[in-house]
Design a protein around this ligand. Sequence first.
Ligand SMILES: [Zn+2]
Length: 259
Amino acid sequence: MAKYHLPRGMRYATLEERREFYTSEFSLEKVQKWLELVRGKVKFAVVIGRHTRIFPKKYREDAGTTIIIDDYKGLEDVRDYMTEFLPEAAYYDRNVYDSNDRKTGQELAFDLDPENITCPIHGTLADKMRRGQGLGFCKLELDMVKQQAIGLYEHLEREFANLRVVYSGRGYHIHVFDPEAYAFSPRKRRALAREVKRKGFQIDEWVTAGDMRLIRLPYSLHGLVSRVVVPVEKGELDHFDPVHDKRGIPRFLGGGATS
Ligand SMILES: [Zn+2]
């Protein structure tokens, strides 16, 4: 099996690049717009340096942990946490909580990642893991995972009305904002995940079933590949090129969204 080289320009972001991104590029307006879709007061989360092992020295002890951010007044505070922690990854919690912090529902989501794709060159996820390349991927897998995202969206469209697609930096997330989906039981979520897998979509079952409640925050930086997490219209997906699309390329790599 061939060794991985990530597609051109996809590499770890340095601490200085993370700082530049969260200081001058991270758009609170866009995050706010996304959060209008989301219910309740949102909890955010960051991982500083679990995979990259790149972290500010003072956070050495916490580099690998998931840090929950729920003590904030507004998104300006959230930006302050980002410029303080300089995380490799930022997420939000899909759980919906009431004022007593009890879980009352969960946003339904589907996660399609290139490493889950069985590649003609690199093999299955198990093959990749055996080589210690569980997070690697190639251009072919990026194309295959995009086709899966299009197919899964069209499949879900038959049951749900309010769907969004997000390019996660590596693969794609499909978020479901239909009110009834928030109320699905764990059992129903697991059944739905299995059904989708049986149909041939190589999703991460944990995300849909709800065991993994965090999902990447749109408009944050994916620090393993130096890409901005961006929502993409379903109609644009066919021509969307994650390696070259300007919206996904941070300014420190010569990109930067204009709108
Ligand atoms: Zn491959």
